[in-house]
Design a protein around this ligand. Structure first.
Ligand code: ADP
Ligand code: MG
Length: 266
């Protein structure tokens, strides 16, 4: 199972600036993810959450600012290099392949952190039998954790929406990440389903000793389950700390929870 990083800071992003033309998507944003922590990232639509994930996982190089992970600077490293260091990311939109089985979806995760590995697996270039066996074993172990054992041979496209999201998270886990970045895994779910998924993610996080950073729009659920919360607004971190500290922040209340701090959605 994933090789956890037992101490220190897994990821640190400092003073990140990203502009798209005239739009300042990130304006001095920062984040720190301690080892084996469950960090929530909240903020209104368009506040820069996905862009921050993009610079963390290497889809985007920031205009300025620095990123460190696994005890090295990674600001300009390619996404696949970051993946091979132990970083895995899921997306706001569903990326499960509906036409292949759950098992096949999961097993592609094993090849994600090798440059060219996914293409090699798609093109079916030979991989050593030993590696394939190891990957299959991992895929089964992950399926057990995510309650997908009974549907391993089912075509992913026929599963419920929630089960497809679990397949996507499972595929990330099969790549044996140390740091898992989840971009709104509950998108499209109601609050009860989202709550259920978050409990599952939290259990994985603590059982596997993972570091998880989660973007989630059900803010109350984040406050309940995450140990550390960062709140973004207009590309700036307006509050960070324990859920209690962030909830109590006047800036958070004013900017996007409403004056009374109510409202489940950010
Ligand atoms: P969030 O994930 O918090 O909803 P995003 O990071 O997706 O926010 O977007 C932050 C801001 O940057 C928004 O104003 C968005 O329209 C803009 N933006 C994001 N990606 C791009 C892009 N590729 N090109 C132009 N503008 C973008
Ligand atoms: Mg987003």
């Amino acid at each position: 199972m994933p090789d956890p990083s037992h101490s220190g800071i897994v990821l640190k992003a400092e003073d990140i600036h990203v502009s798209f033309g005239g739009v300042r998507a990130l304006d001095g944003a920062y984040i720190e993810i301690p080892a084996e922590s469950f960090v929530g990232l909240i903020g209104p639509n368009g506040s820069g959450k996905s862009t921050l994930f993009n610079v963390i996982n290497g889809f985007m190089i920031p205009d300025s600012g620095r990123i460190f992970a696994f005890e090295q600077e990674i600001t300009k490293l390619q996404p696949w290099t970051r993946a091979s260091l132990g970083m895995s990311r899921t997306f706001q939109a569903n990326h499960v392949d509906p036409d292949i089985s759950v098992f096949e979806n999961l097993i592609t995760g094993a090849f994600l952190n090798i440059r060219g590995g996914l293409f090699r697996s798609i093109l079916q270039f030979p991989t050593p039998v030993r590696d394939q066996k190891k990957a299959a074993g991992l895929a089964r172990a992950v399926a057990r954790l995510l309650d997908l054992e009974k549907v391993l041979d089912v075509r992913a496209g026929v599963l419920s929406f929630g089960a497809q999201r679990r397949v996507e998270i499972g595929r990330s886990l099969v790549s044996r990440p140390r740091l898992l970045l989840l971009d709104e895994p509950s998108a499209g779910m109601d609050v009860t389903e989202a709550e259920h998924l978050l409990r599952l993610i939290k259990r994985l996080q603590s059982d596997l000793g993972l570091s998880v950073c989660l973007i989630e729009h059900f803010v109350r659920t984040v406050f309940e389950h995450c140990g550390i919360v960062y709140a973004l607004a207009e590309g700036k971190i307006i509050a960070s700390g324990s859920p209690m500290e962030v909830q109590e922040s006047a800036e958070v209340k004013r900017q996007y929870l409403g004056e009374d701090g109510g409202g489940n959605h950010a």
